[in-house]
Design a protein around this ligand. Structure first.
Ligand code: FES
Ligand code: FES
Length: 209
C-alpha cells in the first residue's frame, strides 16, 4: 500500500511552504503599492503619467479615379489601406501585404505599383487609378472584357491586381510575346493557376490597341 513520503527534514531557519506563501503574499501587497502586480510593472499614483503620444499624421490630397480627395492619415498608412479603409474602394485586394503577390496593384501616375508597399502620405498630388476606375460607365475596359472572354479567372481574388498590372503591361508595350507578357506580369500571383488565359487576355487587349 502506497504511503505518503515523509516531509524532508528542514532546519528551523529554512522557510516552510506555509511561511513562504505567507511571506510572498505580504511582499506582494507591498510591491503592488509600489507598482507591481503579478510580476508586471504598472504606473500608479502619480497622476501625471505620460499618455502615449498620438501617432504622427499628415494631410494629403490626391486624385483617385478622377475625384480629388483630401484626408489626414497616420503617416504609416499604406495606399492600400487608404483605398480600402478610408475610401471604401475594396476592389484592390490585400493578399500578402508585403509586396509578394500583386493583388493590390493600382496605377499611380500611370505606373503600376503595389499599393500595400506605398505610403499614402507620399502621394501628394498623385493620380491613382484603381480597378473601380477602369470602366467607362457601363462599358468595361477592354482588358476587363478580355478577362471575361478568355475566362481568365476562377476565384477572382487576384483578378483586380492582374487587370491593373495588365493595363500597365499593355501601356508599357511589354506584350511582344507570351513570354514577354509572363515576364512583365510575373509579380502577380494567381493561386488558381489561370496564367495561360491571363496571358491570352493581355495579348488580346494589346492586339486591339
Ligand atoms: Fe500587396 Fe500582396 S497585398 S503585393
Ligand atoms: Fe483565384 Fe487568381 S483567380 S487567385
Amino acid at each position: 500500500m502506497p504511503t505518503e513520503s515523509p516531509e524532508p527534514a528542514v532546519s528551523s531557519s529554512a522557510p516552510t511552504r506555509r511561511t513562504f506563501v505567507t511571506t510572498s503574499t505580504a511582499v506582494g501587497g507591498v510591491v503592488v503599492a509600489g507598482g507591481v502586480i503579478g510580476g508586471s510593472a504598472v504606473l500608479v499614483g502619480s497622476g501625471d503619467a505620460a499618455a502615449p503620444a498620438p501617432a504622427p499624421s499628415s494631410r494629403v490630397s490626391l486624385t483617385v479615379n478622377g475625384t480629388r480627395r483630401t484626408v489626414t492619415v497616420d503617416n504609416r498608412t499604406s495606399l492600400l489601406d487608404l483605398l480600402r479603409e478610408h475610401f471604401g474602394l475594396t476592389g484592390s485586394k490585400k493578399g500578402c501585404d508585403a509586396g509578394a503577390c500583386g493583388a493590390c496593384t493600382v496605377l499611380v501616375d500611370g505606373r503600376r505599383v503595389n499599393s500595400c508597399l506605398t505610403l499614402a502620405v507620399r502621394l501628394e498630388g498623385a493620380e491613382v487609378t484603381t480597378i473601380e476606375g477602369l470602366a467607362d460607365g457601363d462599358e468595361l475596359h477592354p482588358l476587363q472584357q478580355a478577362f471575361i472572354d478568355e475566362d481568365a479567372f476562377q476565384c477572382g481574388y487576384c483578378t483586380p491586381g492582374q487587370i491593373m498590372s495588365g493595363v500597365g503591361c499593355v501601356q508599357e508595350g511589354h506584350t511582344g510575346s507570351p513570354e514577354e507578357i509572363r515576364e512583365w506580369m510575373s509579380g502577380n500571383i494567381c493561386r488558381c493557376g489561370c496564367y495561360v488565359n491571363i496571358v491570352r487576355a493581355v495579348q488580346r487587349t494589346a492586339r486591339r490597341k
